[in-house]
Every structure is written in C-alpha cells, then in structure tokens.
Design a protein around this ligand. Sequence first.
Ligand code: FES
Length: 151
Amino acid sequence: MSEQLEEILTRYARGDASQLIPALQQVQERFSYVSPEAVRQIARHLKVSESEVYGVASFYSQFRFEKPGKHTIKVCLGTACHVRRSDRLLEFFERTLNVTVGHTTADGLFSLERVACFGCCALSPVVVVDDEVHGRMTTAKAQRLLKKYGS
Ligand code: FES
C-alpha cells in the first residue's frame, strides 16, 4: 500500500497543506478508506500534523477510516423513509450485526451506513446493499437480506 500511497502523493507538492482534501479524496478513491498509514504519509508529505489530517477528514462524512466490509448496507433516513420507520431498520441492523453506523462488523462482512435520501422515496423505506436497491423494507426482509449476503 505504501508504494501506491507514494505514487498518489507525488501528484501534490510537498508541504502544500492546501492539497489536504484532494489528497484525502484520491486516497479514499483508491483504497475505499483512509488508513492510519495513509494519514501518516499524507501528514508527512504535506507537512501538517496527523491530528490535523484526522480533524479535516472527520469533518467530511465522505471519508472513512476503517476498511469497508465485503458488503455495504446503507439505510435511508431521509424524510419519506423516516416516516416509514427506517430508524427501526437501522437499529435492527446495528443490533443483529453488533455494529454501529460508520463501522464494519468484526468478521469484515458488512459495513453499515446511513444516507439522507436515495432519490427513490416512493419505495420507502429503502435499504441499499452494495448497488442493489431494496424498497419497502421490513425487518423480516432485512433478515433475509443478511442471510443472502452473509452466505
Ligand atoms: S427519503 Fe429515502 S429514498 Fe428518499
């Protein structure tokens, strides 16, 4: 990973702190997350502190610090979905998978995320697993989804 990181960082001038967000975006795009090693290398290259890198990256929800699971479950908490109790679906996934939003299960199988709106509110409540949209979700359907993707 460090060679690939080096290659990404050569695109940014050494010590140019204004490149922090573009550098983070490139790293995230390549590896799907920003590892502690990436934070260290970005900090060294742009001559900022590691806590500054974490501070900026944590401010933007697009950045994640944990390796994503094999499958990503996204639960919509937009208004239409929320009215149809998508918060209960989110709780169901958290409880069943023993994971909190923004994190990956211990076995690396699932990451859990929440989204503001997928743009298909007529299907609410909506859950998207990887790129597959599942509308009119219920906890019974959610249970089946976990079986399907977990095997
Ligand atoms: S509010 Fe959930 S898809 Fe729009």
